[in-house]
Write a protein that binds this ligand. Structure first.
Ligand SMILES: Nc1nc2c(ncn2[C@@H]2O[C@H](COP(=O)(O)OP(=O)(O)O)[C@@H](O)[C@H]2O)c(=O)[nH]1
Ligand SMILES: [Mg+2]
Length: 624
């Protein structure tokens, strides 16, 4: 497209975004549960059985002390990166720390060496012993919630995690495809990172919630589910309940039929308690699954239920994500084809006009040709004058748009959140804080609505201008459809929902501590910022593609004047010039038809990208 002068700035940006989306789009699956339900063991069984041993530390007691993300970024060597817990004393949220690579401890992983990998990853379980005072400022001690606080030892110290967050970069085939796994410590731990609740888990594309078959649905499982995972919309589809440790029911005194009955009953009651469809409850034994894979014991593997779980993960979760990406590509490429097709048509019409013009000169004398030249020059001057007017109009439209961007920008958000931020920093109970949150959401909703209205007005204005230009110059300008900001409003609803679910009575008590309240507010602000930024990006791209069209057609027209004058010049200078020029135009018409065909072939290829089949995803999952 570039070599045929068909690539404008907006198109280029759209393609870059699409490419970026395909390359970097991540699909996050969060493993959430009370501690010791077997999250880490399940990750071992699904992803790391090839190593022939446990890679994520999984044992009785609290092992995973910090949220751990497993993913792959080809730009970085395999490594474990750890963010020290002391960063909690500063106000930046996790998202900001991610950008500061030098603040993380970097441990290289030798992926060929299972021993080294497992030893390194054990660090996610490291702890420190600190004074109650220090634990309080790190967010692990809340005077208002005495029964949740950690145990104080004889020296008056308490145990806290050494790390705030861990990032594991490993070239596993599924991670290479963009899957990111989030392993979490028990969420109800007093010290749970607000960011986890406000940002990471609600943004996960799927959540695997794990129960123990030995315990059933306990009170604390229910609390976690209610505070973090219930979603009123269709999102519940992306929740998978795993009933783990089914091997604890394999009891030599019961017959296989009895065990099976008991299992089915447990799946049904768990599903009913959490209000999910029984199909979404999958019974497994992570531990036996891991052992079976390592020892290549087919019968045990089948009994562990692991293959079934992997099947559900591949089909429901990875499959859906793929469908979304595919749709994005099809839409983007279809838009590209339509817009480029429009430019090709303009060129074709322009060639037709020139052809008519030249044919009318056949056998005419010099003075007719001369007056044609004058006419073209006159047209050209008029056109130049109008294009100055067009630039002025564009100035108005850009100014309106800048106002919209400002209303959705960082400064405006800060203003919306000012009172909330201020009261977060105060000491003491904040029972009125829910109202303040509600106010913030209401203001942002209003801002988004106003942005939508302004965009619609700008569109109406552009349509008027384009209509006029189309009539005056025979352009074929068409204002692209105004972006619908409704999806962002939906995101807002989701964020508000997860926020208010989280602010159950106990968590509201934690807000008494200014550090905790500030961290929560800051995490919220980062998320809102991201939503508003995406809305701004969409509006920006929309406006760019409208102005790029205008630029393209103005440019084509300018070039066409030059070509027409050149042609007349040549005809005036040489007798054979006319025929030569007509032949040239015929050649250009053919080339244009070729170009159009090629555009169709290439875009068709992009739109019909081969599906990665579910069996293939499954093979990747099973590490074959
Ligand atoms: N019997 C049995 N024990 C399991 C199973 N999965 C995990 N465990 C054990 O449960 C304990 C906690 O597992 P872990 O993965 O660390 O739990 P997490 O805190 O949820 O990550 C460990 O001792 C595991 O070996 C299972 O399927 N069956
Ligand atoms: Mg764990």
């Amino acid at each position: 497209m570039s070599s045929h002068d068909l690539m404008d700035a907006a198109m280029q940006e759209r393609l870059l975004r699409l490419e970026n989306q395909v390359r970097t789009d991540k699909m996050m699956v969060a493993f959430v549960a009370e501690f010791s339900r077997g999250k880490s063991e399940l990750i071992n069984a699904i992803f790391f059985a090839d190593y022939g041993r446990r890679i994520m530390p999984a044992s009785a007691g609290r092992t995973t002390m910090c949220p751990t993300e497993l993913g792959y970024d080809a730009a970085l060597p395999p490594s474990l990166r750890l963010l020290p817990i002391e960063t909690r004393l500063q106000s930046q949220g996790l998202a900001e720390w991610r950008l500061k690579r030098d603040r993380w401890i970097d441990i290289p992983l030798d992926i060929g060496d299972a021993e080294q990998v497992a030893k390194s990853i054990e660090k996610v379980a490291q702890v420190r012993h600190v004074s109650v005072e220090e634990a309080r400022s790190l967010g692990f001690w809340h005077d208002e919630l005495p029964d949740q606080n950690p145990v104080v030892d004889v020296q008056g110290r308490v145990e806290v995690p050494m790390w705030r967050h861990a990032l594991i970069n490993m070239p596993h085939p599924l991670l290479k495809q963009g899957l990111v796994i989030l392993d979490t410590p028990g969420l109800n731990a007093v010290g749970a990172e607000p960011e986890l609740t406000v940002s990471l888990i609600p943004q996960a594309h799927a959540v695997v919630f794990i129960l123990g078959a030995d315990t059933g649905v306990t009170r604390s499982d229910l609390t976690i589910w209610r505070e973090h995972l219930i979603s009123s919309d269709a999102g519940n589809e992306a929740r998978l309940i795993v009933l783990n440790k089914i091997d604890t029911l394999w009891d030599t005194l019961s017959s296989p039929g009895q065990v099976q009955d008991q299992l089915e009953r447990q799946c049904r009651t768990s599903g009913a308690m959490l209000r999910v469809h029984p199909d979404q409850v999958v019974p497994v034994s992570a531990q036996k699954g891991l052992v079976a894979k390592i020892t290549a014991d087919e019968a045990l593997l089948r009994a562990s239920g692991l293959p079934l779980l992997e099947d559900v993960l591949a089909k429901n979760i990875m499959g859906r994500r793929q469908a979304i990406l595919r749709a994005a590509i099809t839409d983007g490429v279809a838009a590209l084809r339509a817009e480029t097709g429009r430019v090709i048509n303009i060129r074709r019409r322009d060639l037709d006009d020139q052809m008519l013009e030249l044919c009318s000169l056949r056998g005419k004398n010099a003075s007719v040709i001369d007056s044609m030249r004058h006419r073209i020059e006159q047209e050209q001057r008029e056109f130049e004058m109008s294009s100055a007017k067009i630039h002025a109009l564009r100035g108005v439209h850009l100014k309106l748009l800048r106002d919209v961007f400002h209303a959705l920008g960082a400064t405006a958000l800060k203003v919306h959140m000012a009172e909330l931020a201020e009261s977060s920093q105060q000491k003491g109970l904040k029972l009125g804080i829910r109202k303040q949150y509600a106010v913030v959401f209401e203001r942002i909703r209003t801002a988004l609505n106003a942005a939508q209205l302004s965009a619609t007005e700008i569109q109406a204005m552009l349509e008027g201008t384009f209509r006029q230009l189309n009539a005056e110059f025979g352009f074929s300008l068409q204002v692209p459809a105004v972006p619908q900001l409704g999806n962002f409003a939906l995101d807002l609803v989701r964020i508000e929902q997860s926020q208010s679910q989280y602010l159950s009575v106990e968590n509201v008590l934690k807000l008494a501590q200014p550090e905790f309240a500030s961290r929560l507010t800051r995490a919220l602000s980062m998320r809102l910022r991201a939503v508003l930024e995406s809305a701004t990006n969409d509006l920006d791209l929309w406006s760019k593609s409208a102005t790029a069209q205008l630029d393209a057609q103005l440019g084509e027209r300018k070039r066409s004047f030059v070509r027409r004058i050149e042609a007349v010049d040549r005809i005036q200078q040489a007798a054979g010039g006319l025929i030569e020029r007509i032949t040239e135009i015929e050649g250009s018409e053919k080339a244009l038809t070729q170009l159009d065909k090629r555009l169709h072939t290439l875009t068709a290829q992009l739109m019909a990208l081969p599906q990665i089949s579910q069996t293939e995803t499954l093979t990747l999952l099973q590490g074959a």
